[in-house]
Each structure stands twice: as C-alpha cells, then as structure tokens.
Design a protein around this ligand. Sequence first.
Ligand SMILES: *[C@@H]1O[C@H](CO)[C@@H](O)[C@H](O)[C@H]1NC(C)=O
Ligand SMILES: *[C@@H]1O[C@H](CO)[C@@H](O)[C@H](O)[C@H]1NC(C)=O
Ligand SMILES: *[C@@H]1O[C@H](CO)[C@@H](O)[C@H](O)[C@H]1NC(C)=O
Ligand SMILES: *[C@@H]1O[C@H](CO)[C@@H](O)[C@H](O)[C@H]1NC(C)=O
Ligand SMILES: *[C@@H]1O[C@H](CO)[C@@H](O)[C@H](O)[C@H]1NC(C)=O
Ligand SMILES: *[C@@H]1O[C@H](CO)[C@@H](O)[C@H](O)[C@H]1NC(C)=O
Ligand SMILES: *[C@@H]1O[C@H](CO)[C@@H](O)[C@H](O)[C@H]1NC(C)=O
Ligand SMILES: *[C@@H]1O[C@H](CO)[C@@H](O)[C@H](O)[C@H]1NC(C)=O
Ligand SMILES: *[C@@H]1O[C@H](CO)[C@@H](O)[C@H](O)[C@H]1NC(C)=O
Length: 434
Amino acid sequence: MLRNMLTTGLYLSLLAQLGGALPEQLFSSSIPIKVAATFGALPNPIQYPQYTDTTAGAWQYFVPNTWTSGFFPATGYALDTRQRLCGSTPANALGTADWLGLARSAGNGLLNLNASDGIGHDVGFISFPFVEELLVNPQNATAVAAINNFATMLAARFDPIVGCTRSWDTADPTDFQVIIDNMMNLEVLFQSADLTGNTTLRTIATTHADTTMKNHIRDDGSTWHVVEYNSTTGAVIRKRTAQGFADNSTWSRGQAWGIYGYANMYKRTNDTNYLTTARRLATYFLDTLPADGIVPWDFNAPLTPPPRPADSSAATIAATGLLLLATQETDAISRQTWTDSAQQLLANITALAWDPSWQSLLANGTVDWPAGNLLTGIVYGDYYYIKAGNDMVTMGLTSCSADVVNSTSSAAQSAPTARSASSATRLSPFSSLW
Ligand SMILES: *[C@@H]1O[C@H](CO)[C@@H](O)[C@H](O)[C@H]1NC(C)=O
Ligand SMILES: *[C@@H]1O[C@H](CO)[C@@H](O)[C@H](O)[C@H]1NC(C)=O
Ligand SMILES: *[C@@H]1O[C@H](CO)[C@@H](O)[C@H](O)[C@H]1NC(C)=O
Ligand SMILES: *[C@@H]1O[C@H](CO)[C@@H](O)[C@H](O)[C@H]1NC(C)=O
Ligand SMILES: *[C@@H]1O[C@H](CO)[C@@H](O)[C@H](O)[C@H]1NC(C)=O
Ligand SMILES: *[C@@H]1O[C@H](CO)[C@@H](O)[C@H](O)[C@H]1NC(C)=O
Ligand SMILES: *[C@@H]1O[C@H](CO)[C@@H](O)[C@H](O)[C@H]1NC(C)=O
Ligand SMILES: *[C@@H]1O[C@H](CO)[C@@H](O)[C@H](O)[C@H]1NC(C)=O
Ligand SMILES: *[C@@H]1O[C@H](CO)[C@@H](O)[C@H](O)[C@H]1NC(C)=O
C-alpha cells in the first residue's frame, strides 16, 4: 500500500514535471468568431458544412440528408455549453452570438429526415443536436420525438441473426455490411430507451456492440473497417476496408470511433468487457503513433511515397474518446494516462493543423483517401476539438484558458462518474510518458 502510494506520488510528480501546456488555441476567440461566421453563411434552404476545399479552407455545403449534418448544429450547442462553463469575456469572444438560438434553428433542418429519404444507419450522428437540446431543455417534446424517431429507424436496421444493425444498404440484401463507425450510433438507442422505457433498444445496442467486439477487433487491439455478414446464416463472409489503405490495415478514424464507442458502452452498461475493449483500442492507437505524435490517416499506410497525410479528425475524436475513457477509470494513474495522452494528441494536431486563415478551425483532415478527398478541414474534426476542450474543463483538468493542465492534483478529482467495479488491466500507455 505504502509502496503503491510512493510509486503513485513519484509518477504524478514526474508527470507534473513533464507538465505540458494545452495548446492555447483550444480556447481561442477564433473558435466562436469562425463558427459564428459559418452560422451566418448557411445556405437557405439550409445545407450544412462537411469539409473544406484544399486551398482556401472554404466550407463545402451538403443537403440535410447527409451523415454529417448534425455536427454543425451540435457545434453550436457545444459553444453554448462552453459559454455556460466559461462565461463571456471580450477575450474569449463567447458573447459573439446566441449559440442556443443558432443551434436550434440549424438543427430544425434535420427534423423531417426519414427512412424514405435514404437516411440510413447514421441517425446516431444526426441525433446529436437533439441529445444536446435535452440537456438544455429536458421537456422539449420536439427533441424527444426526433430522438425516438431516429432510434426507431436504427432499430429497424437490426438483424437478430447477424446481431448487428446494418450499415450500408446493398444490392444483395443477404450481404450485410457493418462498419466500426456504427459504434457511435448506439447512444441514440440508449437515449430513446431512457425516454420511452423500451428495453428492446438497449438490447439491440448491447448485441451490436458484442457482435462488433467479436468480429471487428484484431488480437492486437486494432480494428477492421468493414465486416460483411451473410444475413441468412449470420456467418462472417469477409473483412475488409472501405476508407483505409488496405483490407488488413487500420484506418485511424475507425479506431477512434471505436475508442469512444466502447468507452460509452461501458458508461452505459458497466459491462467490464467494454471497458477492456476501449482500453485495448486506445492502447493500440497510442502505441502505434509515429514519433511526431501526428495521427496518420491509416496506421499502416506507407510513409513514403507519397508523404503519408494526417487525419486531424481522427486525432480530435480519439482525444475526446480518451477523455471519456478517463472518466470511466477508477485509479488515478489510468485516468492520468488517458488524459495526458488526449492532451498530447490535441497539442500535436494543433501544432500541425491549426490554420487561422481557413474557415474550419483545423486543416489536415482526410475525409476519404481512396476517393482522393484529403488535406481539408472537416466539420466533425472541429466539433470534437471544441468538445475536447469543454470536457477538459468539466473534468477539472484546466480552466477556460490556455493554462497548464492541472497534472498534480486533478487526477484524483477528475472522474466524477468513476466507480469501483473496474478490473485492473495492463495499460500500455503512450510510451514516451514512462
Ligand atoms: C425544442 O427543440 C427544437 C428542436 O431542437 C428547437 O427548434 C426548439 O427551439 C426547442 N424549443 C424549446 C421551447 O425549447
Ligand atoms: C420524408 O422525407 C421526404 C423528403 O424530404 C418528405 O417529402 C416526406 O414528407 C417525409 N415523410 C415523412 C413521413 O416525414
Ligand atoms: C420497442 O422498440 C422496438 C424497436 O423499434 C419496437 O419494435 C417495439 O415495438 C417497441 N416496443 C414497444 C413496447 O413500444
Ligand atoms: C448467404 O447464404 C445463402 C444461403 O447459403 C446464400 O444463398 C446467399 O447467396 C449468401 N449470400 C451472400 C452474400 O454470401
Ligand atoms: C496486409 O497484407 C499484406 C499482404 O499479405 C502484407 O504484406 C501486410 O504486411 C499486411 N499488413 C498488416 C498490417 O498486417
Ligand atoms: C454503474 O455502476 C455505478 C456504481 O455501482 C452505478 O452508480 C451506476 O448506476 C451503474 N450504471 C449502470 C448503467 O448500470
Ligand atoms: C498538412 O497540410 C499541409 C497543407 O495542406 C500539407 O502541405 C502537409 O503535407 C500536411 N501534413 C500532413 C502530415 O498531413
Ligand atoms: C508532439 O507532442 C510531443 C509531446 O508533447 C512533443 O514532444 C512534440 O514536439 C510534439 N510534436 C509536434 C509536432 O507538436
Ligand atoms: C487545480 O487543482 C487545484 C487543487 O485541487 C484546484 O484548487 C484548482 O482549481 C485546479 N485548477 C484547475 C485549473 O482546474
């Protein structure tokens, strides 16, 4: 016991020496200023920014029936949250806009989406603004109806023989394709189950997560992007990639969705298999980073030629997933490992990709490398950048400015939802920390 305490104390003071400032850009006034400008530029009838061009960083707009449409309204809610966490000062520019009003108005463009629109499995992402709305106004019947509608659409894509919700529709309906990204859609099922008491929705979520845990994750904690099942037999037909470098490679954004998705599954269920899985995915992600700490778009893409591009969105999604994982850990060292790693990802990607001249916050996003869509800003990369900053404030890791992360004392306080049920598992943290 004493030895553990001494070791812990030594470890924490070592981390305190490593210190590490958060990038000041994480709370920059440029964030509200750019986001307000984009709200002012939304087309009418409404379309939503998804990614930028590669030269001027100008947003490209897409119709509501696009998987990314929820992220920009959710960004408005995130700045409303930040304003409540941080207050408005001339220096932080959070008083620039009525974030809640802008977010609600933009989110209304998503209310009429339905299955006959071809809106498919991505209803979880699209539901984000309404999940945020309920945190502001839990009685909002419009948001409740939207969440229940999206959850019903996702549940209709569940196949009990396969044990998953279907991702892409296919010409041959027995070819049942599931992508790792879909771990992010399960939260809308829990949201709706909480609202309606329909426990079938929870069962669908846990079944999908269990099947994915079995078939999408390799022994080394890396992930396949796509698993194809035969819906007649439930058998796995094929494992492959869609957006990665190769069928057997690890697409970094998929890995990041998996970290967040399994940390959230543990938060939702207390099933330690999900916690173990989130740790395994996080460990692979961090241990496989190159020495410069920049997240490549695919961990197995060759360095040269051509120079291997980054994916800034994978970095910010992973950082936010690591922060969520940290809140689920019970011991200070685990929490510190994940929060310090999140901070490092954010510092590294800011140094590479923060671009004051672009409409997006970050450049260096890889939307879809096989399709040649890279070196852009990306709306979800920016959303998770802002969310990561907010979460660090909520966790007591920093104030609302670019001060040094509270390494020495915050670990013990940073996990308000932590619990004692977690089992000790080998952590292989970002090796540079040890
Ligand atoms: C309820 O939510 C909808 C959809 O997000 C929003 O447009 C509306 O302003 C909200 N109304 C109230 C009274 O909270
Ligand atoms: C479904 O979406 C289409 C196209 O946006 C719209 O015309 C139709 O009214 C919607 N149906 C329902 C039931 O909301
Ligand atoms: C619960 O949700 C499932 C999936 O949408 C649906 O089939 C079922 O009818 C719902 N149960 C009740 C009691 O509403
Ligand atoms: C799935 O299995 C059934 C029955 O064996 C077969 O007819 C069908 O072609 C298979 N589908 C795919 C996509 O392999
Ligand atoms: C993927 O498969 C190729 C061809 O078999 C092999 O050369 C490569 O090392 C594999 N990559 C990984 C990451 O396993
Ligand atoms: C998880 O366990 C904690 C502590 O026992 C408890 O407070 C919480 O309600 C549980 N959550 C779920 C989703 O079961
Ligand atoms: C980052 O973006 C710049 C500008 O597009 C590009 O020149 C550079 O190669 C990118 N770096 C990485 C690692 O993707
Ligand atoms: C990445 O982070 C590490 C650790 O903080 C730091 O040593 C390195 O300089 C960073 N690299 C870049 C490009 O910011
Ligand atoms: C850092 O920790 C100290 C001691 O617990 C606390 O008083 C302070 O508010 C924390 N600072 C931040 C920025 O969270």
